[in-house]
Design a protein around this ligand. Structure first.
Ligand code: TXA
Ligand code: MG
Length: 325
């Protein structure tokens, strides 16, 4: 049940220019008043985030879109009506009042209404736009539980609004509506197929499928990575790689679909986590599993590759980023 005192406390901190950890259905955000330049500056400093990497502004109501964006196309409303509150971020032409520091100097702005009940209650109590990147240091794993925020940001965040584990577990799908043809800048819970169907389009392109220029916000490969080197292996190669690791005396952790049933592996693998072979459950637990495996400081984390079907596409995207050295 929502504790109204906690929500009011968090809203008052935002009004006072403080930073709080905001539970959303995707991951926890490091939240600040989107109209307070000093608070925005603190986000970049604490995250150690390049100032050119823009922040998503979170809203509580569709009617607020035009406070932050201009020339809003009809399809933005169509998508907002269908998918908000929820894990979809829309990139639109920026309203001149939006701080340049929030958009990293871009002429566009990213907006979303999150569906986590605490996030919605807080946004309503606060009454304005809330800028929030994921609540981790830049380049590190995103937090899907309050304890991940605490471990990563510690006292640098003024308050953690504890909303439990995030139910979606991976970041929102980012869709650019700057051009007549919508383009996905970051895959997420809503796949290209689902969005194309909603817009009655045959297909929606994904930027990483087009090009991988790190200068395009949202497309950087150096993201979402544990400290430990991570390798994603096709099921056929997985056991072979694991056996090789063991025979070379390398310490390792495992993320796979089946539990280790052999004592032999129990003796050599620091930790073996099996996640359910179902994309929504897998996404929900993915970052928690990677945080846990990362604690062992092993030489490597071996991940059994999920299927390469569209339902697994966003998860495969995050695993690819996590394995990028
Ligand atoms: O699910 C989420 O989106 C979470 C929760 C907290 O809402 N937020 C999140 O924020 O993942 P962050 O900052 O970790 O990732 C946002 C991505 C960045 O890669 C950024 O480059 C991109 O969104 N982005 C923000 N504004 C943009 C813009 N105007 N144009 C293109 N990409 C943008
Ligand atoms: Mg992030």
């Amino acid at each position: 049940m929502i504790n109204n005192n906690d929500i009011l406390h968090a809203a008052n901190l935002l009004k006072a220019g403080k930073l709080i950890a905001l539970p959303t259905e995707t991951v926890y955000g490091l939240a600040a008043d989107a109209c307070n330049p000093l608070a925005i500056q603190k986000i970049y400093k604490i995250k150690n985030r390049p100032i050119t990497n823009p922040l998503i502004i979170h809203l509580s109501d569709i009617s607020a879109i035009e406070d932050f964006a201009i020339n809003v196309p009809k399809i933005a409303y169509q998508l907002a009506e269908q998918f908000w509150p929820g894990p979809l971020t829309l990139v639109l032409p920026k309203h001149p009042n939006v701080l340049d520091s929030v958009t990293g100097g871009q002429a566009s702005v990213a907006l979303r209404i999150p569906s986590h009940p605490y996030a919605l209650a807080l946004l309503e109590a606060f009454g304005g736009g809330v800028a929030a990147p994921s609540a981790n240091r830049s380049g590190c794993l995103s937090p899907s539980r309050p304890e991940h925020v605490k471990a990563s940001l510690g006292l640098d965040v003024d308050y953690i609004l504890d909303g439990g584990p995030c139910q979606v577990g991976i970041e929102s799908t980012i869709l650019s509506l700057l051009n007549p043809e919508p383009i996905i800048l970051r895959e997420g819970h809503y796949s290209a197929d689902v969005l194309a169907k909603a817009l009655d389009l045959p297909h929606i392109k994904t930027i990483s499928a087009v090009t991988n220029t790190p200068s395009i916000p949202g497309s950087s490969l150096k993201h979402y990575a544990p400290k430990t080197a991570l390798y994603v292996l096709e099921p056929k190669e997985f056991l072979e790689a694991l056996n090789q690791c063991i025979s070379n005396g390398r310490s390792c952790c495992v993320l796979s679909f089946i539990a280790s049933k052999q004592k032999y592996y129990d003796d050599f693998v620091s930790e073996w986590i099996a996640l359910e072979n179902e994309p929504e459950t897998y996404a929900r637990n993915l970052y928690a599993a990677l945080h846990q495996l990362d604690h062992y400081n092993a030489e490597c984390i071996l991940v059994e590759a999920p299927p390469s079907t569209t339902e697994w596409s966003a998860i495969n995207d995050r695993l690819k980023r996590a394995s990028f050295l």
